[in-house]
Design a protein around this ligand. Sequence first.
Ligand SMILES: [Cu+2]
Length: 144
Amino acid sequence: MKHTKLMIAAIGLSALFSASAMAENHVIDVNVTKFVPLVVQIAPGDTVSWIKMTGHITETINEYLPEGAEGWISKMGENYQTPPLTVEGVYPYKCTPHWGTGMGGVIIVGEPTNMDVLSTGVKDKTIKGALKRLVKKTNKFLAS
Ligand SMILES: [Cu+2]
């Protein structure tokens, strides 16, 4: 009986370890004032990090995050890494100082659950400018 309980505990523990071992980190590069790649799709539980962030930040566009998701804002010039992103959906983000020149990107965690909200925003013109361009690129990415 004791052994059975131990076995169950061991199996549970190894499942936990393999789940965290499978989580990946996805690196986003900066080319002048562009995030590369612009759109990334990751699995729930994965993380994203940015490199070459001198002069840049990453800040989520919080009003368009999937419901229940937490946003972030990095410090200026910091090579930021997100915590594991577990809530599925589309996360648009921007480099606030360069948002005027369209510096932003999109992370899709699992399924793009809130894509309809973004597409509707473009259609009814509540979403304009740089975010509109990001939404179009995300739709293109999802169609390919
Ligand atoms: Cu920037």
